[in-house]
Design a protein. Structure first.
Length: 482
């Protein structure tokens, strides 16, 4: 029912708005009754035509009532709903507009309290009562209240649970509170959350994780597992402070994100990367196994970034070319961890991993503070590779199973004429096992054609500077051909 636990000034036309649904069969009959505060039936069981919203009337005066709505379905199943309300035709009708009953505040300062008092004889004064100071007492007095116009005040409250109500009287001395005291809750503290560990098992696509959660008003814990493309692989709720389990779709690297909410809506989130492998000692692939691996998030003492300080390389390339880039590692711990490298394809793009070659796939990170250690990798594009956008995720894993991810995206000839020239200038042409920078090819062409053309122009008594133009044009032309 949409009827509210409040007082109403109109006793003649009281709206009964409600919704009845049945998931198995259809609703058969709806009916209601109304009982006053002394237990007398004012309206006996009354059938509602076609279970539609309706109206009813009650006697004048200041009386509280209970209305009970009943409904059954075609199988004879019956349910009911009860709402308490009041009629106030003498005393003022007070509506507690905000906060509503059982409202949660997430901050302690300047919380609004709004109410509306209505009376045909005019309002004399209103008073806010509360237990904000632990005792039920007068908190604030309002004068100059206009009937039907909302009033407000703000209060600073500490975290806790409270009740509030408003009393008003009219110019004839009739007085009353709102129908019931409203409960409010203040919780300004986010839940405490620690992801203690993630356990994977070789050959299994089921993981478990352990987290510690604490909060005065703890509500729900849930997890989301993302793939490296950012898509959701799985998600679910789990019992807070219990071991959580999740199934994943493939052998690969994923991001486990744990989320905890309290009843006020405060939220805390933490996440960690993990890899599940199909076989022992290998990156994700195929095979069997059964060896558990425990990952301790927060135990990572090194960083990985691009040459520009980010986590993603993105550049253009052409068919039959190569580029070299650095992975920059920094040791921020007290030991020299062994780090292993492999590449995983992205689920929503063409696979670049087949064309990434590492300078080395396993190394010990030197214990050098504030110094970045570079490990190079090559992107070598075959001449016949089809055009498109390619992505590979470079995975770095240490001997404690901590993981860092760096994404490489290559746009292979999905660009225009000018961009193609610029791209070639920063790439190398592959000739057998030899990589020749396109810039050297361009520079060699400009010098040869430029000097040759200048000599020719001088012989026919034309400006030798035209040779430079011929050299530049010829060099650009050669760039587009080779």
């Amino acid at each position: 029912m949409n009827s509210q636990e409040q007082n109403y000034a109109d006793n003649n036309t009281i709206k009964l708005n409600y919704t009845v649904t049945d998931a198995i069969t259809f609703v058969d009959t709806c009916w209601y009754n109304v009982i006053n505060s002394t237990g007398d039936f004012i309206i006996s069981n009354t059938t509602i035509t076609d279970c539609l919203n309706t109206t009813f009337g009650l006697p004048t005066g200041d009386i509280n009532y209970n209305i009970t709505l009943f409904s059954n379905d075609s199988l004879g199943n019956e349910e009911s709903s009860l709402v308490e309300f009041g009629i106030r035709t003498d005393a003022p009708v007070i509506t507690l507009d905000f906060p509503t009953n059982n409202w949660w505040f997430t901050n302690t300062d300047n919380n609004y309290f709004n109410f509306t008092a209505t009376d045909l004889d005019g309002i004399d004064m209103c008073r806010l009562y509360s237990d904000f100071t632990s005792s039920w007492e007068l908190n604030e007095t309002f004068t100059g209240v206009i009937s039907g116009i909302q009033n407000y005040t703000t209060k600073n409250l500490s975290d806790g649970n409270y009740e509030w109500n408003v009393w008003c009287n009219d110019t004839l001395g009739n007085e009353d509170f709102s129908l019931i005291n409203y409960t409010i809750n203040v919780d300004s503290i986010i839940p405490n959350l620690v992801l203690n560990s993630i356990t994977t098992t070789v050959g299994s696509q089921t993981i478990s994780f352990n987290s510690t959660v604490s909060d005065t008003n703890l509500d729900v814990c849930k997890y989301i597992i993302y793939n490296l493309a950012g898509g959701v692989d799985s998600s679910n709720v789990f019992t807070c402070n219990d071991i959580g389990e999740a199934n994943i779709s493939s052998f690969a690297t994923f991001n486990l994100t744990v989320i905890v909410n309290d009843s006020a809506g405060n939220e805390n989130i933490t996440s960690a990367l993990f890899t599940v492998s199909a076989e022992e000692g290998a990156p994700p692939g195929g095979g069997g196994g059964g060896v558990p691996t425990v990952i301790i998030p927060g135990d990572m003492e090194w960083t990985l970034e691009t040459e520009g300080g980010g986590t993603r390389y993105q550049f253009n390339m052409i068919q039959g070319s190569a580029r070299i880039k650095d992975l920059l590692f920094e040791n921020i711990g007290t030991s020299s961890p062994q780090i292993r490298l492999h590449c995983e394809e992205s689920s929503d793009s063409l696979n670049l991993c087949d064309y990434i070659k590492f300078e080395e796939t396993s190394f010990y990170l030197p214990l050098q503070k504030d110094i970045k250690h570079a490990i190079s990798f090559n992107v070598i594009i075959p001449k016949d590779l089809k055009k498109g956008d390619y992505i590979g995720n470079i995975i770095a894993t240490d001997d404690k199973n901590n993981i860092a991810v760096l994404t490489v995206e290559v746009n292979l000839e999905t660009f225009g004429f000018i961009t193609k020239i610029i791209t070639k200038m920063g790439s190398s042409k592959i000739m057998g096992n030899v990589k020749i920078p396109y810039f050297f090819i361009f520079l060699f062409s400009v010098l040869i054609l430029g000097f040759t053309s200048s000599y020719f122009f001088k012989k026919i008594k034309m400006p030798g500077g035209l040779g430079l133009i011929v050299g530049l044009v010829g060099g650009l032309a050669l760039l587009l051909i080779v």
